[in-house]
Design a protein around this ligand. Structure first.
Ligand code: BG6
Ligand code: MG
Length: 217
């Protein structure tokens, strides 16, 4: 690829182990509605905005709701998600290898940004004490188009002044990998390569990543 000048990271499921709390809260919500969701279905919810998640979930359960009802369901899910986060999240939820990798790339002059669909990203970043590792943060409050639209990553690239072709995106979601590729960026999947099969390649953990490996791309 072209010279790497920036790394853009999704947050949930890439930097921090928060996907499990989203899944727990959505599953709890569906169970109040008389059905349930499994981990395979949850792959479709990763990376996409709260409102798109509600539509996908209701379709899956064969239910139709008014916009007001959907808003109330989304608010309930978010309340549960925040309860899990408040009681369970600590800096230990930052995945192994993440901080070392961020420090290493920053020391080599590579810009770093977060590109997250989550409206809760600012709260989580604060709680985890990781803000100083990033030159820019784009979250769900700053965008209008959900992944796989590339808006979140293009905005991140713009804020740090780097062209898309010089950016590497790290993503754990199918929709997020598609967003990166739609934005003309190189994409490293974090997770199962059979699920993230549109990524340029996949890693399981940041303990596998370092500046030299990045430079070899
Ligand atoms: C993404 C998560 O980062 O943010 C999704 O992968 C989540 O699971 C989405 O639905 C929106 O998050 P929030 O916190 O705004 O409801
Ligand atoms: Mg994610």
């Amino acid at each position: 690829m072209a010279e790497i000048k920036a790394c853009i990271f999704d947050m949930d499921g890439v930097l921090v182990s928060t996907e499990i709390y989203h899944f727990k809260a959505w599953k709890r919500l569906t169970e109040t509605l008389g059905f349930t969701i499994d981990e395979a279905f949850n792959e479709n919810l990763k990376g996409v905005s709260r409102s798109v998640c509600i539509d996908l979930i209701l379709k899956h359960g064969g239910l139709a709701k008014t916009q007001d009802e959907k808003d109330a369901l989304a608010a309930q899910k978010n309340q549960w998600f925040l309860e899990y986060v408040q009681t369970e999240i600590t800096p230990k939820n930052v995945y192994p290898g993440v901080i070392d990798f961020l420090k290493e790339v920053q020391s080599r002059g590579i810009k770093t940004a977060i590109g997250s669909a989550s409206k809760n990203a600012p709260l989580l970043i604060e709680k985890l004490g990781i803000k100083s590792y990033f030159n820019a943060i784009v979250d769900g409050n700053m965008i209008t188009k959900a992944k796989p639209n590339p808006e979140v990553f293009l905005k991140g690239a713009e804020l740090i002044g780097v062209k898309p072709e010089n950016c590497v995106v790290f993503e754990d979601a199918i929709s997020g990998v598609e967003a990166a590729k739609n934005g003309g960026m190189y994409c490293i999947g974090v997770g199962d390569s059979t699920i993230l099969n549109k990524a340029d390649f996949c890693i399981h953990s940041f303990t596998e990543m370092n500046f030299d490996r990045l430079s070899d791309l």
